[in-house]
Ligand binder design. Structure first.
Ligand code: IMP
Ligand code: MG
Length: 176
């Protein structure tokens, strides 16, 4: 497809890592009430794979958020475009995301969910670009670290294209 340069993370590598994360989460949350919150749209593909690797009873819900992208403002800086309908009071929450880049969106979302009296709010992402981080955010379950490249596939898009690709590709946005 036009603009796609090369595969950075293959379908097989993603699958392998998702299995490992699922096993780790299943161990860590044994006996606890866990709700996965998938972040739309990008996190939907990872969410669908991850939940099937978790061997505990869990709740699942989805949210769509955008951030004003200002590190100096707090949880007020998040815009919720689609909210969950689960009551998360007293429950353990795991946010399921496609990519942590600057970390701003997730930092704001984490703070926001804690104000709703969740017992804990942790973060799970399949991809991460540590070199781009602007805030000090703890990623509890980090799938695969990648360099500072713009990638698409496995839920990630460029201008709403390429989300459906099974592998993660580096995209040359100049060509598009
Ligand atoms: P941040 O961590 O707040 O900077 O935002 C992370 C979000 O930006 C991710 O959930 C993606 O939706 C988007 N994003 C960051 N890097 C990429 C990329 O390489 N390709 C596609 N989307 C990206
Ligand atoms: Mg996203």
């Amino acid at each position: 497809m036009k603009g796609l340069t090369k595969i950075l993370v293959s379908k097989a590598e993603l699958q392998y890592r998702v299995k490992e994360l699922g096993a780790e989460i299943s161990r860590d949350y044994q006996g606890q009430e866990l709700v996965l919150i998938g972040i739309l749209k990008g996190g939907a593909v990872f969410m669908a794979d991850l939940m099937r690797e978790i061997t505990l009873p869990i709740g699942v819900d989805y949210m769509s958020v955008s951030s004003y992208g200002n590190s100096s403002t707090s949880s007020g800086a998040i815009v919720i475009k689609k909210d969950i309908d689960t009551d998360i009071r007293g429950k353990h929450i795991l946010i399921v995301e496609d990519m942590i880049d600057t970390g701003l969106t997730l930092q704001h979302l984490q703070e926001h969910l804690l104000t709703r009296d969740a017992l804990s709010v942790k973060i799970c992402t399949i991809l991460s670009k540590p070199s781009r981080r602007l805030v000090d955010i703890k990623i509890d379950y980090e799938g695969i670290e990648i360099p500072d490249e713009f990638v698409v596939g496995y839920g990630l898009d460029y201008a709403e294209q390429f989300r459906h690709l099974p592998d993660v590709w580096i995209v040359d946005t100049v060509e598009l």
